[in-house]
Design a protein around this ligand. Structure first.
Ligand code: NAD
Length: 249
């Protein structure tokens, strides 16, 4: 069991990558505390876990609430891993047409949400001189994604925040890394499309990936698990691209 005896706090655990990570981490022995703005979703994730797990309703934009949830977790279970995973994206749109309200929302959730979680967890992790923070950035944070400038902006910020905090908190025994997934089949890229419509789009997109398929949530959860675990004990400030080879082609 690669996470035996550890507690992981996971945001966006109500669906997609966060849910897959919650299940994977729990299967490796972690106590999982899931948090999401969608309480029903995160409760469903927790209910499906066979082991110690708890659900919190949390909007990652709310620093005080984030700090309260982290403090309560640290007190009840301890805190070893923070997975800053909650995020949103926007409709494909030329940069100059992106609604400024949407831009603010993207920055508040995708960037400040990661900031808030990190700032809330660091005092605990530094005190115990150990801990691993994993941030969900995106391939869009390391390559330019046409018509997704707002999303790319926020994910690029997460990549460099990861490096900055890794450099800052390393001497205190805290590691900070990021995963950068390519298109992975969750409700985020699927949106409101019908299953039939999505399958057609997905098979067209898959042709652009050297491994000829899109990502599955488990592909990303496996990489999150590695970075969270002691197997990555000398890895910090790293961004791990998980994209079926898309960015090397
Ligand atoms: P998803 O929509 O299935 O899951 C996102 C979760 O975040 C949802 O449960 C949602 O309720 C939660 N959330 C949204 N706003 C929140 C807030 N303010 N506070 C707390 N929770 C909030 O999408 P996903 O694909 O699982 O996305 C997870 C992360 O992975 C995101 O950061 C996303 O940007 C990133 N990502 C996804 C892909 C992909 O193709 N699916 C690729 C690269 C990166």
């Amino acid at each position: 069991m690669r996470l035996a005896g550890k507690t992981a706090f996971i945001t966006g655990a109500g669906s997609g990558l966060g849910r897959a990570a919650a299940e994977r981490f729990a299967a490796e022995g972690a106590t999982v505390v899931g948090a999401d703005i969608d309480y029903d979703g995160v409760q469903e994730t927790v209910d499906a876990i066979d082991g110690e797990a708890a659900a919190h309703e949390l909007d990652v934009r709310d620093f005080e609430a984030f700090r309260d949830a982290i403090d309560a977790t640290a007190e009840e279970y301890g805190l070893d891993i923070l997975l800053n995973n909650a995020g949103i994206m926007h409709e494909a749109t030329p940069m100059e047409s992106l609604d400024h309200g949407m831009l603010d929302r993207l920055i508040d959730i995708n960037v400040k949400g990661v900031w808030n979680g990190t700032a809330a967890a660091l005092p605990h992790l530094k005190d115990q001189e150990s801990g691993s923070i994993v941030n969900t950035a995106s391939l869009a944070g390391v390559i330019g994604s046409p018509n997704y400038s707002g999303y790319s902006l926020t994910k690029g910020a997460v990549v460099n925040l990861t490096r900055a905090v890794a450099a800052e908190a390393g001497p205190d025994g805290v590691r900070v890394n990021a995963v950068c997934p390519g298109v992975t089949e969750t409700s985020m890229p699927k949106g409101d499309r019908s299953e039939e419509e999505w399958e057609e789009i997905a098979s067209r997109m898959a042709e652009e990936y050297p491994l000829r398929r899109l990502g599955q949530p488990e592909d990303v959860a496996n990489a999150m698990l590695f970075l969270a675990s002691d197997e990555a004990d000398w890895i910090t400030g790293e961004t791990l691209v998980i994209d079926g080879g898309f960015s090397c082609a």
